[in-house]
Design a protein around this ligand. Structure first.
Ligand code: APR
Length: 269
């Protein structure tokens, strides 16, 4: 912790960095106690749902069997409500503070980046704490004790998770989470920001951390940055689809490598 040694060549390359993009996946929240999807201990290894979890987290299942979709969702949202940002999340806030231009693209729906204090966030898969009724459109949220902002209006996630069924709206309808389920389109406005800030104008440094890099919209910013001669770093204890083409693959935990990168970056503001 804190004494992670970055390669000398990377320390030299970091000196010229003015703008930064960070791309995160479930792995950055693993050290906060939230299960990842894939890899050992991931929810797709879950004994009863296993790889059926993908089916459980899909739009057709939300319509046909919402209680099943919510049981799978509670594995993430239920763990998130007890989770706190870790050193990796905090290091990303420090990187944003130091950079002249910064953007964070996250696939996570656990709200930990917002809680840590990150500002320019593209949460491409949404936020599991935000709800909307599929019948009347009423918006609601799970009370988030982590922020202390328990409006009293919100729903108690533990009670809903214990019931093992989809939260219901006063109108009798079923709430859906404001997240992108399998089979659903990504939100247009967030895609436009991704194109503008990561593809049309790649930052000097793009870091991929804690993601198995399964989706093209996650791989593409790293590819584009690499092709544009920008500095690319992957932080992941395991190899992934992008490990062979990034400039530096740090086989490390997010909580170890990110603070070292944050410390090595020059302060541009
Ligand atoms: N630090 C860094 N990386 C880690 C750590 C850690 N402490 N622990 C695990 N990892 C890595 C794993 O090696 C794995 O490559 O994090 C990655 C997690 O991969 P996934 O579980 O596939 O999560 P993610 O990449 O975010 O999945 C993308 O798929 O199921 C959908 O919508 C879901 O947003 C999710 C998307």
């Amino acid at each position: 912790m804190g004494d992670f040694a970055l390669p000398e060549a990377l320390l030299v390359a970091l000196r010229d960095v003015r703008s930064v993009g960070v791309i995160t996946g479930a792995g950055i929240s693993a050290e906060s106690g939230i299960p990842t999807y894939r890899g050992k201990g991931g929810i797709y290894d879950d004994p009863d749902e296993g790889d059926r979890t993908v089916e459980a987290l899909s739009a057709p299942t939300l319509q046909s069997d919402p209680d099943r979709t919510w049981r799978a969702l509670f594995q993430i949202a239920g763990a998130a409500v007890n989770a706190r940002p870790n050193a990796g999340h905090t290091a990303i806030v420090e990187i944003e503070r130091k950079a002249e231009r910064f953007v964070l693209l996250t696939q996570n729906v656990d709200g930990l980046h917002r809680l840590a204090g990150s500002r320019n966030i593209i949460d491409i898969h949404g936020d599991a704490f935000e709800l909307i009724c599929m019948s009347c459109g009423k918006q609601n949220q799970f009370n988030d004790p982590r922020t202390g902002a328990t409006t009293g209006q919100g729903l108690d996630i533990h009670r809903c998770a214990a019931a093992g069924r989809a939260p219901r709206c006063p109108c009798g309808g079923v709430y859906r989470p404001e997240v992108v389920l399998f089979g659903e389109m990504l939100p247009e406005d967030k895609l436009r920001r991704l194109y503008a800030e990561l593809l049309d104008n790649p930052p000097d440094l793009v870091i991929s951390v804690g993601t198995s890099a399964m989706f093209p919209y996650i791989v593409q910013p790293m590819l584009v940055a690499r092709m544009a001669g920008k500095l690319t770093i992957e932080i992941n204890p395991e190899p992934t689809e992008i490990s062979d083409f990034v400039a530096f693959h740090l086989k490390a935990k997010a909580g170890d490598a990110l603070p070292a990168i944050a410390a090595a970056l020059p302060n541009r503001v």
